[in-house]
Design a protein around this ligand. Structure first.
Ligand SMILES: Nc1ncnc2c1ncn2[C@@H]1O[C@H](COP(=O)(O)OP(=O)(O)OP(=O)(O)O)[C@@H](O)[C@H]1O
Length: 263
């Protein structure tokens, strides 16, 4: 199902944080939300998973306004991996992943065989099935992050929103996670700081700066040297990846290198 963020504005503590942001994530596609610290990325995501009510604007999934749904209904459509997704309770990995089924269960009904199989598949997909009986508090940061991703997958949402999901993950697990998102068939909106990973993983990128959407398009359209300079305040070269042509950014810390000059 398509995710449609329509003219979203958010005010917090009397300050406009997000102003008239509109973006669309086509059904089954992966859109990266990028931008400098404090530009409003998490705030937009929080409106999508209903942790925050916008001052104005609408978030629709499959054309339906999620603000008009019960929390249970919207949780069947949208799963979120947030910066502070709880992992503080001393549940086992299997128990945490099973929590993903909560929006689908009636009361305290136990998991059906189908649901238990779903949870097991989710754990296998992110490589935490061997940890099923471990307490989550005993896991490393990266293992715990993967458990939370398994919980989101077990929720069987239409839309998955993730706030910096590659935090804590080593290189292999970063690449595996982004490949999993691409192959999941879910509609994905993901905040990423690593622009090279974002370019490799996302069909489109949306760039926020000071609460406003300043660019959107394919990674090649968006990730220009000019945008990196103007929005991120860094001087860098953008080159096409030799294998697939995806734009990749080469940073330099040397301030004596003139633009366009050989090293
Ligand atoms: N509860 C709040 N009250 C007041 N201001 C807030 C609140 N939450 C966030 N802000 C401010 O809103 C702005 C946008 O924050 P947000 O977390 O959305 O940015 P971000 O782009 O996700 O940043 P980062 O890359 O650092 O995670 C920041 O200036 C932040 O200080």
């Amino acid at each position: 199902m398509e995710l449609d963020v329509d003219r979203l504005s958010v005010e917090l503590a009397g300050r406009a944080i997000v102003e008239q942001v509109s973006l669309r994530v086509g059904s089954g596609s992966v859109v990266g939300l990028v931008g400098p610290n404090g530009s409003g990325k998490s705030t937009v995501l929080r409106c999508v998973y209903r942790a925050l009510r916008p001052r104005s604007g609408v978030v629709r999934v499959g054309g339906a306004d999620i603000g008009a749904m019960s929390p249970r209904e919207s949780a069947r459509l949208v799963a979120a991996l947030t910066q502070n997704s709880s992992g503080e309770l001393d549940f086992t990995v299997a128990e945490v992943v099973a929590l993903g089924r909560a929006p689908h269960l009636k009361g305290n009904a136990p998991l059906s065989a189908r649901e238990a199989a779903l949870c097991e598949r989710a754990m296998r997909q992110v490589g935490v099935d061997h940890l099923a009986h471990r307490g989550v508090l005993s896991l490393s940061g990266g293992e715990r992050q993967r458990v939370l991703i398994a919980r989101a997958l077990a929720q069987e949402p239409e839309v998955l929103v993730l706030d910096e999901p590659t935090n804590h993950l080593d290189l292999r697990h970063q690449v595996d996670l982004l490949r999993l998102l691409r192959d999941s068939g879910l509609t994905v909106l993901v905040v990423l700081h690593d622009l090279n990973l974002a370019a490799a993983a996302c069909d489109r990128l949306c760039v926020l700066s000071e609460g406003a959407l300043v660019a959107s398009g394919t990674p090649a359209e968006v990730l220009t040297e000019q945008l990196l300079r103007e929005v991120f305040s860094v001087r860098a070269s953008v080159v096409a990846h030799p294998l697939d042509g995806v734009p990749q950014i080469l940073y330099t810390l040397a301030n004596h290198v003139e633009e366009g000059s050989a090293p």
